[in-house]
Design a protein around this ligand. Structure first.
Ligand code: PBG
Length: 323
């Protein structure tokens, strides 16, 4: 009790504060997403995400060579003419993401390469799986394609496949497809607790993946459901996931903490596009200190229980931490 106990004793000096630091953000924890578009010498700014670009595969050599973040998450952003009803271009072994993986591997053999495995960028209707005749998203029809997509990425040299479609059985199907292709060392980072969040808005502009009708609530998690999120995530663990992920991150810290307590697997959190753009735009308006707020957000995500954070700030933060 006060006055015998004084909490401020521990906070008096920088040295004292550093000794009792419970959570530390390091460069090792950060994963930088990258959007890859077809063509050559193509670089487009993503209007809704200041500082983020889409690049063609030939530009990845220079990009990867200068990257400070230790890991990347690759998204393919095909043009409209490559899209079809089932998203078949996603499984092309010579497709956009396999080309990107090879280019990044060649430039930087030390980087860890993770690939997003989902069909929404590849289907004409923008949903994460093919449609049934009554316009529903067909679960079992999509997981076969997701397995082939992950195998194409693994064969190109990706270290981890990150399925984000929220289809039931997708982790099991991907594990089976990878093993069948002799890719048993390729790991799976499952977007295990992915919510039907409006914070993905800017990403859909970056990835041209907004659904052309309806929304994703028939497959992504209901935003208010905590128990259901844990159940869904633990099923992915049973199906063979090597990593779990919670997405978005900041408004879902309770889910990160719950899942950290329920599973022994490493846990990632995705600080998504909306979380990034909120900081960027507020900083541009002079309302927030960008660096302090970004570092605080990421540290808090780690404090909640995440081992790694996927963030559009990854490379920037690695530079800040090295200063
Ligand atoms: C694909 C996918 C999405 C994101 C990652 N993978 C969008 C969505 O589900 O609509 C969002 C990432 C972000 O907002 O930064 N399914």
């Amino acid at each position: 009790m006060f006055p015998e106990t004084r909490m401020r004793r521990l906070r008096r000096t920088d040295g004292m504060r550093r000794l009792s630091e419970e959570t530390v953000l390091t460069a090792n924890d950060l994963i930088e997403p990258v959007f890859v578009a077809p063509g050559t010498k193509r670089r487009e700014d993503v209007a809704s995400m200041p500082g983020v670009t889409r690049m063609s595969p030939d530009l990845l050599d220079a990009w990867a060579s200068g990257l400070k973040a230790p890991a990347v998450l690759v998204f393919g952003v095909p043009d409209d003419e490559e899209k079809d009803e089932t998203g078949s271009a996603a499984a092309d072994p010579d497709g956009l993401v396999p080309q990107a993986v090879k280019a990044i591997r060649a430039a930087r053999p030390d980087l860890t390469i993770i690939t997003d495995v989902c069909l929404c960028g590849y289907t004409t209707h923008g949903h994460c799986g093919p449609l049934t005749p009554d316009g529903e998203i067909h679960n079992d029809g999509s997981i076969d394609m997701l397995g082939r997509m992950a195998a194409a990425h693994g064969a190109a040299g990706a270290h981890m496949a990150a399925p984000s479609a929220m289809m039931d059985g997708q982790v099991q199907a991907i594990r089976a497809a990878l093993d069948e292709a002799g890719l048993e060392d390729v790991a799976i980072m499952s977007y295990a607790a992915k919510f039907a969040s409006a914070f993905y808005g800017p990403f859909r502009d970056a990835a041209h993946s907004a659904p052309s009708f309806g929304d994703r609530r028939s497959y992504q998690l209901p935003i208010g459901n905590r128990r259901e999120a844990i159940q869904d995530a633990l099923m992915d663990e049973d199906e063979g996931a090597d990593w779990l992920m919670v997405k978005p991150a900041m408004p879902y810290l309770d889910i990160i903490a719950d899942l950290r307590a329920e599973s022994l697997l490493p846990l990632a959190a995705y600080h998504v596009s909306g979380e990034y753009s909120m900081i960027k735009l507020a900083a541009a308006a002079g309302v927030l200190d960008e660096r302090k707020v970004a570092l605080e957000a990421l540290l808090c995500i780690k404090r909640a229980g995440a081992d790694a954070v996927i963030t559009y700030y990854a490379d920037q933060v690695c530079r800040w931490l090295a200063e």
